[in-house]
Ligand binder design. Sequence first.
Ligand SMILES: Cc1cc2nc3c(=O)[nH]c(=O)nc-3n(C[C@H](O)[C@H](O)[C@H](O)COP(=O)(O)O)c2cc1C
Length: 336
Amino acid sequence: MTVDAQRRPRFADPGFWLGSLRVEGRALMAPMVGYNEAPLRRICRRFGSALAVTEMIKPEKLLRDDPQLLRGLCFGPDERPLGAQLALREPSLLVPAAERVVEFGFDFVDLNLGCPLKKECRRGWGAALLREPERAQALISAVVEAVPCPVSVKVRAGYELGERQGAEVARRAVDAGAALVCVHGRTKMGWYREPNDPAAIRDVVRAVEGRVPVVGNGDVVSLESAVALFAETGCDAVMIGRGAVGNPWLFRRIDLYLRSGEVLPEPAFDEVRALYREHLDQLEEAFGARRGFSQGKRYAYYYFGRFGLDNRTRARIAGARRRAELEDVLDALAGA
Ligand SMILES: Cc1cc2nc3c(=O)[nH]c(=O)nc-3n(C[C@H](O)[C@H](O)[C@H](O)COP(=O)(O)O)c2cc1C
């Protein structure tokens, strides 16, 4: 697929403002539970993701100062700008949780109004709040008043299939003082089975009327799909989740294209391997050799998937117990 130069979005400013916070680019890493540790955030940032958000922080653990959770909230300057994501429905819990994360130095607080998980929605968190726009507005307002940093919100197109509460909630969020809205163009009930709907993102862009930046999210897996999402929705930035795991080059390709129209070539095997090794090193350093290695093996499927991993190679990766064994598999893949 080639990029349609006619559709290239042209922004006078290569970045944007999230309230008082400067963001130097328009391709952003999405929060994903299990794919959000510091080494990944650092790599994505270096490769052009203009900001990151933590995965959804468990409020019960946060408010009882769970040591493991608190350790996970520490981050380095090379991961910034970094937001902390929270999901709750009771202002009496959400406000202290937001104040608590701010103590860790996060650049902004992100409120999750899109989480589709049953457990969270049953408690009225995440996407469930799309059905309670007034409550959502009051919650956002309470957090905006309580914290000194900008507050962003992440919503979905709607709750049930075909529902489109996202636009109203986005407008109310901005009325409440949110400095950025991110919208994933699917409903809660559609999970990943329904297609991402650019029209739902466009509706949010319209509802917000340029008062704050709107970030479009859903199914960006390539420069082409990023350009299409910009063109079809008028969004100010794109957020990328699954498509950037093992492919941080995507941020750089989008960023450079937006700035100059230049299309970077896809990375060659050796380049991918060098970055994968670095990621593995960082995981081992952060989590210890055993846990870091096992997490790192999982990333191998993402980094090397594009080089045609057959079932046998996948099984060899899964079975590797040491770095040397994994390197043997990669040697074989390089020579294939
Ligand atoms: C494994 C997984 C975990 C996720 N965890 C979160 C989360 O903690 N917070 C959040 O706002 N969204 C979460 N998401 C949703 C993503 O941020 C994103 O909105 C969604 O995957 C659509 O973007 P994509 O098509 O680029 O992946 C998660 C998605 C996946 C696949």
